[in-house]
Design a protein around this ligand. Structure first.
Ligand code: ZN
Length: 325
């Protein structure tokens, strides 16, 4: 009855083989397509029994713990690393008419300007042609660099933090020598500027000491999809600092905000764009080889697009904000 030689004969197979068992083909029999499909068809099918309420609860709890932990880890990593995503980006105001921040005064000899930036290289990356144009017209630029850009927050990258600090400060000083009267470093921790309690107060003291008419800083209201948290923190510190100065002592008339998505003032920088582009190479610890060429191209494109939008060959997009008395 159970003779193995009868395997393959459908009429007898049904009778002798329970459905829940695999049928092992007869060793002496040559494997054929028919055998293979029979093998497959005979695979046991086991219906799992219904879960008890306690088991269902246990599985749900396990799922909540696993997915909850994963979500927490992603959120924790987002806040650990310094890039920020503009989840609720505001569209530029519509209409967004051009504003003239008294440009005759801006491009005049002896006008005092405070430039606030988060890292060495921010000035070259975003606005160097504008700074060169200001310097050419005789502006007195006081440059404030809030961190050393040492990247010490990347604990997994083995690097000599004090050496990075020294190199980057030297690079920024060299770049600044082309347009600034002086450079001040606050030496705040790179990547962690947002967590420092005295940013606004420190910038306020600096601005009150210099007494500028213009403050140039990162835009913290209309900013691109992804931005560095330090950029936003330095911009916020500059804005708060200017607002906190009592009216009687306030010299600042205008804020010129860069890295903005809502420019209303785009100075023509056709004369200085080449030099501005070349100055990116001064930050050779950051931009070198192929990367330098890519950055140069992307910056030229950025200044070109801004210029086209403002009917000039090349422009630096800024948002001029009048400081109300
Ligand atoms: Zn930066």
């Amino acid at each position: 009855m159970m003779s193995e030689t009868s395997f393959g004969k459908p009429e007898s197979r049904t009778a002798r083989t329970p459905k829940t068992h695999l049928v092992v083909p007869n060793k002496r029999e040559r494997p054929t397509t028919a055998n293979a499909s029979t093998y497959k068809r005979m695979r046991p099918f086991k219906k799992s029994p219904p879960l008890s309420p306690a088991e269902r609860k246990r599985r749900l709890q396990r799922r909540v713990v696993v997915y909850g932990t994963m979500t927490l880890l992603i959120v924790a990593f987002y806040f650990y690393q310094p890039q920020r995503i503009h989840f609720f980006a505001k569209p530029p105001p519509d209409p967004n008419p051009p504003v003239d921040p008294d440009s005759e005064r801006l491009f005049s000899k002896g006008v005092k300007i405070v430039l606030v930036q988060a890292h060495p290289d921010d000035s070259e990356f975003f606005i160097s042609p504008f700074l060169l144009k200001l310097a050419a017209s005789g502006a007195e630029i006081h440059q404030l660099v809030m961190t050393d850009g040492d990247k010490s927050f990347y604990f997994w990258a083995k690097q000599d933090v004090p050496e990075t600090r020294r190199v980057r400060e030297a690079e920024q000083r060299e770049a600044a020598s082309h347009y600034s009267k002086e450079v001040t470093f606050f030496h705040e921790p790179d990547g962690r500027l947002a967590g420092q309690p005295d940013n606004a107060k420190m910038v306020q003291d600096y601005v009150e000491k210099i007494q500028p008419e213009y403050v140039i800083a990162f835009d913290t209201e209309y900013w691109p999809t992804i931005n560095h948290a330090d950029h936003l923190a330095s911009g916020a510190a500059a804005l708060q600092a200017v607002q906190a100065i009592p009216e009687a002592q306030r010299s600042v008339k205008w804020m010129l905000l860069y890295d903005t998505t809502a420019p209303n003032f785009t100075p023509d920088v056709s004369q200085t764009v080449d030099q501005g582009e070349a100055m990116l190479a001064i930050h050779k610890s950051q931009f070198y080889g192929k990367k330098l060429e890519l950055i140069k191209n992307s910056r030229l494109e950025y200044w070109y697009d801004a210029g086209q939008a403002a009917n000039v060959s090349y422009g630096v997009p800024l948002r001029a904000l009048k400081v109300l008395p």
